[in-house]
Design a protein around this ligand. Structure first.
Ligand code: CMC
Length: 418
């Protein structure tokens, strides 16, 4: 907080709003007392100008294309760290020592088994249920086994982090009608996940590529799914319910579901003959209802730093796997067409993280409809850390206001005799 204050006078009533300045010089007006002092509320569809919380976890500057977890640059972490280490630092605020990391890894392994009743739920779900719905169902089911999920205990967040890759792998197998693969506690987090998903040991190249993708998705400050996790948790709902809320919010194609939508779109363009100009024109036509999936972002208005890293990684993985993918050529053509088109340039629409991730996921062998579960796996440490922070800060229950535009008071008129 600074000495600065903003004075707002409305209908003759005045309120003094303190100005809060963040670590990186972000300025906010604290309107805590606005309604109490003046009777006014603010209205901000889509929260475009509204900070819902203060946080020490992730810093993002959309204009400069900066993303940092706990002060570490995303490119530095993607190049030099690993997903479990990143998860630890998101959760506890600092990178672990070697001993802390070993202990954390051991705890994750020790708590990774999924109760049989929870696994059985997957088999009972209607065939063809979307993998994100399956993942929601098994995540919320954990609350039936672990009853103290609302408490801020290490047991709770370790339990969530430890079991989630096993659940995601089971969902991926189940969606293809395949049997589950045993959880191997001799393997590390990502290697075990890939083995459980594919039923065979994963090469180091794949483990590294997957690890990097998970790091890139690990947190993204406040966004549709993360804010949902904090919102659900603010009612003192348990951690499994809160994370399930995040999974549902992530599913939509405007958020995490974009990775599935991008690949389906690239396939459709390929099937149609590969004329990218035609699809760029459609995206510009407001009446077409068509958007270029994987383009645009609410906060990144220059470039998405994650997309830059992913694009490089995509080239490397395809080369290493010997995959020649026409979709990559189409994606690059689309990117070039959009980057040189005034419609996209003037609206600051650039490829986002989901533009290239789907191509890598497909090359690794994941079915298209399971892509968003991989985003969820990456985002989990962020969700859990934000849930933990929200509870540590003792934040009040989330309860926005509204402006009512419906009918005024009217009398009931019976439409038929009773
Ligand atoms: N294709 C064509 N036009 C677009 C696109 C697009 N992908 N995205 C935005 N626009 C246009 C939009 O029509 C609007 O134009 P106008 O000002 O003339 O009305 C302008 O750009 C601003 O768009 P908006 O929808 O008001 O922006 P927003 O901040 O509310 O939405 C977004 C951001 C990501 C939902 C949107 O850009 C979009 O739908 N992108 C495609 C879906 C996508 O790739 N989502 C993944 C986001 S990254 C992963 C994650 O972190 O969730």
């Amino acid at each position: 907080m600074t000495e600065d204050k903003v004075t707002i006078t409305l209908n003759g009533k005045t309120t003094e709003c303190p100005v809060l300045i963040g670590t990186e010089n972000e300025h906010a007006i604290n309107i805590d007392k606005l309604r109490e002092d003046t009777g006014f509320v603010t209205l901000d569809f889509g929260y475009k100008n509204t900070g819902a919380t203060t946080s020490k976890i992730t810093f993002l500057d959309g204009e400069l294309g900066i993303l940092r977890y706990r002060g570490y640059d995303i490119a530095d972490l993607a190049e030099n760290s690993n997903f479990v280490e990143v998860a630890y630092s998101l959760l506890y605020g600092e990178l672990p020592t070697a001993a802390q990391l070993a202990d954390f890894n051991q705890k994750l392994k020790d708590n990774s088994d999924v109760p049989a009743e929870v696994a059985a739920i997957l088999k009972a779900m209607p065939k063809g249920t979307h993998p994100m719905a399956q993942l929601s169902a098994v995540t919320i089911a954990l609350s039936g086994v672990y009853k103290d999920g609302a408490k801020l205990t290490e047991e709770n967040y370790i339990n969530m982090l430890a079991k989630f890759p096993v659940l995601v792998a089971m969902v991926i197998r189940n969606s293809q009608g395949l049997d589950f693969v045993a959880n191997d506690k001799n393997l590390d987090y990502v290697a075990n996940f890939l083995q459980m998903a594919f039923g065979k040991p994963a090469s180091n190249v794949l483990v590294d590529a997957m690890d990097k993708l998970l790091i890139l998705h690990a947190d993204h400050e406040q966004n549709c799914s993360t804010s949902t996790v904090r919102m659900v948790g603010s009612s003192n709902a348990n951690i499994y319910a809160s994370i399930t809320g995040g999974i549902s919010a992530l599913w939509g194609p405007l958020h995490g579901g974009a990775n599935q939508a991008v690949l389906e779109q690239l396939e459709a363009i390929e099937k149609d003959g590969g004329d990218t100009a035609k699809f760029v024109a459609m995206a510009k036509d407001k009446n077409s209802g068509f958007r270029l999936m994987g383009f645009g972002h609410r906060v990144y208005k220059n470039f998405d730093p994650r997309a830059k890293i992913i694009k490089k990684s995509c080239d490397e993985v395809l080369k290493d796997l010997g995959v020649v993918d026409k979709k990559l050529t189409i994606a690059m053509e689309l990117e070039q067409a959009a980057l040189n088109d005034d419609y996209f340039v003037s609206r600051k629409l650039y490829p986002n993280v989901d533009f290239y991730s789907g191509i890598i996921y497909q090359a690794i062998g994941f079915p298209t409809d399971t892509f968003t579960t991989l985003f969820a796996l990456g985002r989990l440490p962020g969700w859990v850390s934000q849930w933990k922070e929200m509870k540590e800060n003792k934040e009040p229950i989330g309860r926005p206001r509204q402006i009512y535009l419906g009918a005024p008071l009217r009398s009931y008129v019976a439409v038929s005799e009773r």
